[in-house]
Write a protein that binds this ligand. Structure first.
Ligand code: CP3
Length: 349
């Protein structure tokens, strides 16, 4: 298969296929970022956050920084889920201390201004970063590409920023589901093109981040999270049979069972609130599990962190399983605690 390299199959890919592993693979969401002094330095050199995302040399460097420090089993391409709306032609910027700011899309007619045809061309620097990483990553490290799920990206496009309730996108979806479907369809197509280009450039696994899946009631979760994700997975597998795909339907609770079944993802990211025992019983028969240490336990560190990590490993570790957090690393995380966690997971049988 074209997306596979290396003589011996990597541990993380084996886990995603449901095969036996020699040890529990580990990587952490947001493993590249502001908790690392070397990231802050490169980020300052790049200028803005988006300039960092579109600078292949610097984006490669920040992807490699956590690998050099901790030897994770996977590197995740350094980019952002909001490069897709940016490439579609929506104005996106990242404000210091505020997060992303977009010119909100509030009327269906505005969708005509977005240009699906130029997405892959405009995201060439991102694929160049992937190609560079293929040459620079250690042989045993898996390269993960990613995209936001259409629903989560839509919440930013419609709301214009991070919101706690995703009200703007939800109200559009409730009041005018047919026109909201047009936005979701456009994003589904853009996401397929973006992920295909990443795999062609050398990504071996892809993860689909549905950070705001948990704000949807059941019927809307099926329509706006499960259905588009299923389309994306099918389109990818039609081109790359057997491609491992990880879904992260954050906050989906018991609906994660239907999500795993319907989308046919290979792995499912568990959020912090998910019970490992429940996930073992209901989800592990369907997919490889990934998660789910609270990022704030990583800030706290020490015995409390190790006890929680031991519980997760004991409950899920028989596999298929990949150790990770329940959401991304936060900026106040002491880098030493990350080293401590990796050492602990590697030492636990
Ligand atoms: O190391 C990695 O995980 C790879 C890179 C990565 C980033 N963002 C870099 C980033 C990945 C996989 C993402 C995904 C992402 N981006 C998500 C889904 C996962 C999640 O965390 O829920 C979302 C919702 C976004 C959108 C986004 N990007 C927000 C809301 C913010 C602001 C919040 C914040 O942490 O600042 C960003 C900015 C961002 N993306 C940063 C990084 C390292 C920090 C920006 C900076 O360096 O100034």
């Amino acid at each position: 298969m074209s997306h596979e390299t290396g003589a011996k199959t990597k541990q993380l890919i084996r886990a995603l296929r449901g095969e036996s592993v020699e040890r529990t693979p580990i990587w952490l969401m947001r493993q590249a970022g502001r908790y690392l002094p070397e990231y802050k330095k490169t980020r300052a050199e790049a200028g803005s956050f988006l300039e960092l995302c579109y600078n292949p040399e610097l984006a490669e460097e920040v992807t490699l920084q956590p690998i050099r420090r901790y030897g994770f089993d996977a590197a995740i391409l350094f980019s952002d889920i909001l490069v897709v709306p940016d490439a579609l032609g929506q104005v996106v910027s990242f404000k210091e201390g505020e997060g992303p700011v977009l010119d909100p899309i509030t009327r269906v007619e505005q969708l005509d201004d977005l240009d699906l045809g130029s997405v892959v061309e405009r995201l060439q620097p991102v694929y160049e970063t992937v190609r560079r990483l293929k040459g620079s990553l250690p042989a045993e490290t898996t390269l993960i590409g990613f995209a936001g799920a259409p629903w989560t990206v839509a919440t930013y496009m419609v709301g214009g920023r991070t919101s706690t309730d995703q009200a703007a996108a939800k109200l559009w979806a409730y009041r005018a589901p047919e026109s909201f479907q047009k936005l979701i369809d456009l994003l589904t197509e853009a996401t397929i093109l973006h992920l295909i280009a990443q795999v062609e450039a050398g990504a071996e696994v892809v993860q689909i981040f549905d950070t705001w899946a948990g704000s949807l009631p059941e019927a809307q979760f099926r329509a706006w999270s499960i259905a588009p994700t299923r389309k994306i997975v099918h389109a990818l597998r039609a081109k790359f049979p057997g491609l491992p795909v990880i879904g992260f339907p954050r906050g989906s609770g018991a609906l994660a069972v239907d999500y795993a079944r319907a989308t046919e993802i290979s792995g499912i990211g568990l959020d912090t609130g998910m019970s490992p025992a429940w996930a073992r019983d209901h989800l592990q028969p369907l997919a490889c599990l990934q998660g789910n240490l609270d990022p704030l336990l990583l800030v706290a560190g020490g015995e409390t962190m190790r006890t929680a990590a031991a519980h997760i490993l004991k409950t899920l570790g028989r596999g298929p399983f990949i150790f990770n957090l329940g959401h991304g690393i936060v900026p106040q995380t002491p880098p030493d605690h990350v080293a401590e966690l990796v050492e602990f997971v590697r030492a636990t049988k």
